[in-house]
Design a protein around this ligand. Sequence first.
Ligand SMILES: Cc1cc2nc3c(=O)[nH]c(=O)nc-3n(C[C@H](O)[C@H](O)[C@H](O)COP(=O)(O)OP(=O)(O)OC[C@H]3O[C@@H](n4cnc5c(N)ncnc54)[C@H](O)[C@@H]3O)c2cc1C
Length: 563
Amino acid sequence: MAVLTVSPAAVLLLFVTLAATYVLVRRRLQTTTSATQAAKVERDEHSKIRHPPAEPSQLGGTLAAALPDSVTLPDARPAFKSAVNKYWAQQECEVTPSCVVRPRNAEELSKAVTIIKREYDGQASKREPTGNRSGTSSTLFAIRSGGHSPVAGAASVEGGVLIDLGGLNEVCPSEDGHSVSIGAGAKWMDVSKVLDQRDLAVVGGRNSAVGVGGLTLGGGLSFFTPRYGLVCSNIISYQVILASGTIVTADATNNPNLWRALKGGSNNFGIVTQLTARSFPTSKIWSGFLYLPSFQASKVLACFHESVDVPQSTGVTGTKPDIHAAGPIACFTYVHQLGIQAISVNIVYTAPPDKEGQWPEYWQRSPFSRLWRLWSTCVTRTLTSATDELNILNPPGKRQSFATTTIKNDQATLAAAHEAYASAILAFRKANVKNLVFTLVLQPFPSSVSQNDCPLPLGLNHDASGAALVNVSFTVNWPLAKDDETVKALTRLATEEIDDFASANGTGHRYRYLNYCAEWQRPFEGYGVENLAFLRDVSARYDPDGLFQKGCPGGFKLWETDN
Ligand SMILES: Cc1cc2nc3c(=O)[nH]c(=O)nc-3n(C[C@H](O)[C@H](O)[C@H](O)COP(=O)(O)OP(=O)(O)OC[C@H]3O[C@@H](n4cnc5c(N)ncnc54)[C@H](O)[C@@H]3O)c2cc1C
């Protein structure tokens, strides 16, 4: 690394940044150095959570009688507690269902859905007239795969039936290596561990602990997205339990509209039990984080702007977009406990570099290679190792919130996003939200997200100007429930500040990535009128009585419009 001449002020800043980065990295090291330790931390965090006894429920009793080996009732205290406490966000662990159904196969789940639907129909006569899909909910059940949504109630239900898909986690590659059957309750680590051994991969999640079900049904951003598009674009078929309890296949020829609707439509059509993903040969990948002092923020923003792909042309630097290059994911983090900030940037190349121990040529030529940094963790490794790195940085057990927006890759708008982040820090300081960690995340939506064999119903299209799109998100964690409303209000304010700037400058985009949305956001409105009408039609056809709209109100619904 080049020798630098630095002023005393820079030395001071460096010291402060080192301290901030130390805290971030210490979090990582303390949390775990191995998957086993991560699991232990998860258990320890969750053992602190207490559940008040749930009300006995008649529906729970009926389910337990029909499926005695797959239903856990609250009276089975330790088993019930451990079945509930499998969420990433603390606030989700505090929601107590009346029973947990953990099916061992699609047939058991079909039986459970049939029983729940009967209960729903029984309640319907006491409710508003049939056909009203946006009315009062019956709040009967919730569906959970990996439990990583931080949206309150998305995969949890107070006093209702929690359907836990964690038992449906089988991963079976086809003999020819072209596809993989994946249980919807699997985590991405279950998938990559099997595929790494065969030098295969799928377009999947970047964090090993996240669930296959939720990520895939919301869209899915992957290290392989620049090459193959979103995760959902690579799903050949889904096995789905419909509201009637019927088990169907949705693919390009069977139920093609349902197949398309599941590519971003989340939990609005049925429960996906298994999906078949396209797989492809791969070797090790090159990935890791660059850690930088916060005084490099404006340089990082400039590098980000420069290196994000520009469709149908060459990049500003003359570098052609390279389908193996994923990211950069630029994270600007404020650690309230210390009152300091740090920057980390995730960069990935989905093939090993030409020369071992060196950066791949694409990233070597990118402006990031010239940025002065504290250190980097970039190495050639398995996909499992790369996704474990992101998991270790995001342990469970804290209150969590996301919010998101989409902008064009415009320098002034990126700067405005960073200014909104900086203003929010001042507000958080004033409110003194104890132990808060607040992060602004910038990542590109590569042009590949809008190029698919099957047109996605997302409305995520690049416009004629060809300007690349950027996902801007906030991720926040904090420990105390008393701060929930402050955190959400300030995060919302910061997000709306960016939206206001972008719409005034013509650099906004209506798309909001569902999997990063806050509960006050309405991702389906951002899909556009035609796509929303399509999704509603599919819902009306496959779920005519609205079981998944009103009986399962968690997550983002097709008929909600209020904010
Ligand atoms: C630490 C972390 C890292 C992340 N990394 C990425 C990333 O790299 N790329 C990316 O695109 N996103 C990422 N996300 C966002 C992630 O996609 C969402 O949080 C997603 O909801 C997680 O899916 P899950 O199955 O774990 O969640 P869950 O909380 O179990 O489910 C989320 C929603 O999907 C519904 N659902 C889940 N499974 C099914 C099913 N089988 N059938 C019907 N409905 C279902 C649930 O009802 C719920 O509403 C990340 C999130 C976190 C917290």
